[in-house]
Design a protein around this ligand. Structure first.
Ligand code: PBG
Length: 348
């Protein structure tokens, strides 16, 4: 280690250490940074979740998710139309189902006229240019808030899969483009694929929530779909333990073997290492879900004035792209698509 004697020695020393390389050259100005940026974000990377409620002409705000609402189908269709006009390719409806329609087996998911199916038909009629991806998990439809059928305190796998498959079929029949089961039951991807094919829905794709973690970051979502007071216990017997990544990789391999077209990692920001591993390991589209708790943390920090909201929203999303995600399911989608469309070319 050479110790410089006086300040003028420093640049000589740095030249010796770095050779002629000066990494700051490519960070010098906006056009240069834009030119060398590896990851880019566009509205086409965004998937917009939309919360649904029954009834007409109503929008309800969600206390735990500032800026996010539940919409009746008529309003939700207008949201979908706006999303399409901004270049968002796909929407993901999540329903807040009336309590009297929820039961132990989530049987309402099999009703071809349930709120999800009604919404799919309405969007397909009014906004055919946008894709619709539906979850086939049972939690919005069960009176205990679990993603499967509850028997003697246990979420039973195979009976849950039957119910999930029945749900996927009515969703496909209503016009869903992508079935995205988020329940983590074993064997559900293969069972859904076979059932879809047998029913003639070969073109309906499956995005598997392949690495879904038992996470505290889902908190605000439970208020959004009205399961927060219902959920008995937790979901640790079927979601992945946050300590694990091998488990996620085995799950992904199985889902691919069973016929998944795309993979999803959820939550997003605390699990970007899993996104990167999946992208490196499998030649598959990999998506990530920036979940409700991640959204609300950013919104509350921005509202408190301790971070610059737009800056960290954008930064959080570019981080997904850098980690290898092909797209992001995010409650920021609409706002960010507007920003991206306004700043063209994107130089920050
Ligand atoms: C359950 C489901 C969850 C979310 C969507 N569907 C997790 C849960 O409630 O346990 C969370 C989404 C979010 O937090 O934004 N199938």
């Amino acid at each position: 280690m050479v110790t410089p004697k006086k300040p003028t020695d420093t640049s000589h020393l740095i030249d010796e250490l770095t050779g002629s390389s000066r990494l700051r050259r490519t960070r010098r100005c906006p056009w240069m940074r834009a030119m060398v940026a590896e990851a880019r974000l566009s509205p086409a990377d965004l998937i917009l979740p939309i919360f649904l409620i029954e009834g007409e002409d109503r929008e309800e705000s969600i206390d735990a998710m500032p800026g996010v609402s539940r919409f009746t189908i008529d309003h939700a269709v207008l949201v979908a139309k706006k999303a399409a006009s901004l270049g968002i390719p796909l929407i993901a409806p999540f329903p807040n189902v009336a309590l009297e329609k929820r039961d132990t087996t989530g049987s309402e998911i099999t009703n071809p006229d349930n709120i999800i199916c009604e919404f799919i038909r309405a969007v397909k009629a009014a906004v055919p240019e946008i894709g619709v991806m539906t979850d086939a998990a049972l939690d919005p439809f069960t009176d205990h808030g679990h993603d499967g059928v509850l028997r003697d305190g246990e979420i039973v796998n195979d009976e849950s899969v039957e119910q999930i498959v029945a749900g996927a079929l009515v969703q496909a029949e209503a016009g869903a483009d992508i079935i995205a089961p988020s329940d983590m039951m074993d064997g559900r991807i293969g069972a859904i694929r076979v059932a879809l094919d047998e029913a003639g829905y070969q073109d309906v794709a499956i995005m598997s929530y392949t690495a879904k973690y038992a996470s505290g970051f889902y908190g605000p979502y439970r208020e959004a779909i009205g399961t927060e007071g219902l959920l008995q216990g937790d979901k640790k017997t079927y979601y992945i333990d946050p300590a694990n990544s091998e488990d996620a990789m085995r799950e992904a391999q199985q889902d691919i073997d069973e016929g998944a077209d795309m993979l999803m990692v959820k939550p997003g920001m605390p699990y970007l290492d899993i996104v990167r591993r999946m992208k490196d390991e499998f030649s598959m589209p990999v998506f990530a879900y920036q979940v409700s708790g991640e959204y609300t943390m950013i919104e509350l920090a921005a509202a408190a004035g301790v971070v610059d909201g737009d800056r960290v929203r954008m930064e959080s999303l570019i981080a997904f792209k850098r980690a290898g995600a092909d797209g992001i399911l995010t409650y920021h989608a609409m706002h960010i698509a507007e920003k991206l469309n306004a700043q063209s070319p994107a130089i920050t």
